[in-house]
Design a protein around this ligand. Sequence first.
Ligand code: N01
Length: 542
Amino acid sequence: MTARGHQNNSINDKLDVLLIGAGFTGLYQLYQLRKRGYRVHLIDAGKDVGGIWHWNCYPGARVDSHYQIYQYSMPELWQEYEWKEAYPDWAQMQDYFYFVDKKLSLSKDITFNTRVQSAEWDEAAREWTVRCVGHQPVKARFVIANLGFGAKPFTPKFEGIDRFKGEFYHTGLWPQEGVKLAGKRVAVIGTGASGVQVAQEAALDAATVTVFQRTPNLALQMQQKQLTPEDNATERPNLPAAFERRGQCFGGFDFDFVPQNAVDVTEEQRNETYEKLWNAGGFRFWLGNFQDTVFDQESNDHAYAFWRRKVHARVKDPKVAEKLAPAKAPHPFGTKRPSLEQWYYEIFNQDNVKLVDMKETPILHFTERGIVTAEGEMEFDVVAVATGFDAVTGGLTSVDFRSTDGQNFKQKWANGVRTHLGVATQGFPNLLFGYGPQSPCGFCNGPTSAEYQGNLLVDLMDYMRAQNITRIEAEPEAQETWRDLIAGFWATTLFPLANSWYTGVNIPGKVVESLNFPLGLPTYLAKVKESADNGYAGFKLD
Ligand code: N01
C-alpha cells in the first residue's frame, strides 16, 4: 500500500447531489447516483478515500467485523479482492478502498483535502450553498452528509496538557506517517476499542506500556485467522448468501441472536452455547448470544460471569485480573460496545505493562515529562489518547448547516436529536444523512448500513425525480413518533445502565439519549419500506 496523490478536482457546475464523506457510505452513494445519471460530486476533508479507515491508522487499528461481511456486495469487487486476514487491519482497509476506487473510478468525482464549514439554504432557488475551506462555494439541490459516527474526536481537558514535551496523539487523528512506539515509554489513556487495540500493539515492542483504565472493557476474543489465496477462493461462493443475510440480522452481520432466553435453559445448555459462541469469536458472544441478554439482568449476569471466568484464566496476578474483570460488572454485558482483542489480557502478564485504575488513582495533571497521579509522576515518550468521539451527532454539529429558521444542528438538537427515519431533520430541507443519528448506525455493521441505507436514499432520490419533487423535509410529528419509538424501546433494555457513546453521556453537556436506532436493522428496513410504500410518509414533499 502506498500513499496516492490526487488532483484536487474542482466543482464548477450546479449539482443535483453533493455528497460529503468518502467512507463506505458516501462512496456507495457516489457509485449508485452516478450510475443513475445524477450530477453528483463528493467532498472529503481527508487526503484519500476510506472515511474512518483513512483516519484510523493508529498502531493495531483493525476491523471488528469479519471480512466476509465487511466489504461491498458488488460482484466486480468481491469476486476479485484478496483478503489477508479474517479481521483486516487498517492498512488492508486502505488498500481495499484504493482497489474499490480504481475499479469503480470514484476519485475523479471527489474533491479531497476539503473540509465543509457551513451551508445555507436558498428557499427561492431550492438549493444549498456549501462553503468549504480552500474551495469556491458549491451549489447543489440536495446534500447528503455521510460523516460517520467518529468524525469528531474527543480529548478531555487534562490539566497541564500543554506542558507535556513528549508526543501526544488522539487515536482518531493519528499521524498518517505513523509513530514509532518501539523502545518508547507509552501511555494509553482510555480502554475502548481504540485503547485496547493500541495497548495490545504497543506491548509488542515498546519499552513500557501504561494503560489508564477508567472502565474495564468487556472485550471478546477475535479469533483472528490469516488467509491464503485458497481460503479466499473457497469462501467466495459463500459471500452472496452472507451479504443477503446481513439485511435479516439485528446488527447487519450474518448471524443473529439465539432465539431462546438464557434463563429458560439449564446451566449446562447455557454454558455449552456460551462456549460455542466464544470459540467462534468476533461479536458472536455479543450479537449472537441468547435473545434476552441485554433485556434481562439475570440472563446478563450469566453472560458476564462466563466472560469474567475467561479473563481471569488469562491474567496471572489476581489483583490485576480483578481490575480488568471485577466481580461486580461495571455495566451489564453488551450494553457498552465490547472490543475484539487478540492478546490484550496477556499483556498484563508482561513486566513492562502496567494497569492504572483511574477510578482509584485518576490523572491529576500532566508535566513536561509525563503524568502525575496520587502515586507520583510517570514519565512517557508517547501518550496515545484513546478517549473516543463526540459520536454519531458530532459530524453534523461541527458543520454550520443553517436551518430555515437560522439554527444549526447544535441549536436544533439542544433538547435531543430529532429526525425522521434517521435521515432528515425538520428545518433542513434537502439535507439528508447516511449512517447518521437515529439510524441503526452504531448498532450496524458499516458496509451493511452503507448499502441498505444507501439504497433507501437513492430510491428516495429516484422517487423525487420521477415525481418532479424538488423539496423534501421531515415532518415534525413523524420525528416525534420516531423519537418515541426509540426512547420507548431503549427503556425496555439494560442499555441505559451503561455510560457510553451510545447515549452521548461521554461528552460533557450532551443530552443523554439513544443516539442510534436500537430496534435492529430488519425493523429499521420495515419502517423505511412502510414509509416508502405510503409515498414516503413522514416527509413533506413538494
Ligand atoms: O472510544 P470509546 P473508542 N478520562 O468512547 C475513556 C468504533 N471503533 O475510540 O468507559 C479517562 O469507546 C473511556 O472511559 P469510560 C467502535 O464502535 C471501532 O475506543 O467512559 N478516560 C473509554 O475507556 C467504538 O465503540 C474500531 O469510563 C476517559 C475510552 O476513553 C467506537 O469507535 C476501532 C475519559 C473511550 O472509549 C469508539 O471507540 C476503534 C477521561 N476524561 C473504534 N474520557 C474497530 O472496529 C473517556 N475516557 C476496529
